[in-house]
Design a protein around this ligand. Structure first.
Ligand SMILES: C[S@@+](CC[C@H](N)C(=O)[O-])C[C@H]1O[C@@H](n2cnc3c(N)ncnc32)[C@H](O)[C@@H]1O
Length: 224
């Protein structure tokens, strides 16, 4: 298998199900607890959606949080163990689907808000997510991506391309880190334009004590 490919991302994640579930349920990821989880929850809840889609939902924490607030939430992921875990342990709806199967698998369904929380990691698979959004998003709906801030990713060069992964800061139980495809800010913006979507705002969640940026949120919708 090509070590720098979309296929390898899913392969690596499928080897780290148990430590990931532990990391999330035991609140082991510091930046998530204090900052990024709250930031994406607020962004979505403030829009008062009726139906949301969580793309790359993992073990389901976000779908559960919204379901508890009375919002109809569906999570999709390519990894069967995550979907089974979520179905058995989390509130909300879940479906086993890869990004490549999104349009076909959710044909005819429409969502008020679609989110990708640290789940757009690959190259072609990310293009496929963007290609699917216009047919899944309500006319006035919002598409929200939270990801690593490209200007603060400690990268030597500022060009799109595959990078080696790391489980830095996580437990020793993690193995074989997934590679990831770095995108510059303009490249993210181009993805919106290329798919007839409009990037309408950028939000940069920060650690209020250290003033360091924790992530970037790219928020958009259909072209007006
Ligand atoms: C960092 S985890 C994020 C999980 C979740 N969004 C959260 O906030 O905890 C990335 C997720 O993306 C999923 N993923 C990556 N590539 C995928 C693909 N091509 N199709 C479906 N899911 C994918 C992985 O299985 C994993 O659950």
């Amino acid at each position: 298998m090509n070590p720098f490919s979309d296929e390898k991302i899913v392969d690596s994640w499928s080897k780290n199900i148990t430590p990931w579930i532990k990391a999330i349920t035991n609140n082991e990821i510091e930046s998530r607890n204090g900052i990024t989880d709250k930031a994406i929850l607020m962004e979505v809840i403030n829009r008062k959606p009726t139906k949301i889609l969580d793309i790359g939902c993992g073990e389901g924490w976000f779908v559960e949080a919204l379901t508890k607030k009375g919002i109809e939430a569906l999570g999709i992921d390519a990894i069967e163990q995550f979907i089974n875990y979520a179905k058995n342990n989390r509130k909300g709806k879940y479906q086993l689907l890869s990004y490549e199967q999104l349009s076909e698998g959710l044909k005819g369904k429409l969502f008020d808000v679609i989110i990708c929380n640290f789940s757009l990691i690959g190259e072609k698979s990310v293009n496929q997510v963007f290609e699917s959004i216009p047919s899944l998003l309500n006319k006035k709906g919002t598409f929200i991506i939270q990801t690593l801030h490209p200007l603060f990713a400690n990268e030597q060069t500022y060009v799109d391309g595959w990078r080696k992964g790391s489980w830095k800061g996580l437990s020793k139980e993690f193995m074989d880190p997934a590679p990831w495809y770095f995108r510059t800010l303009s490249s993210w913006s181009n993805l919106f334009n290329a798919n007839n979507l409009q990037l309408s705002s950028i939000f940069e969640p920060k650690n209020e004590t250290t003033n360091q940026v924790a992530s970037i949120m790219l928020i958009g919708g259909h072209n007006k």
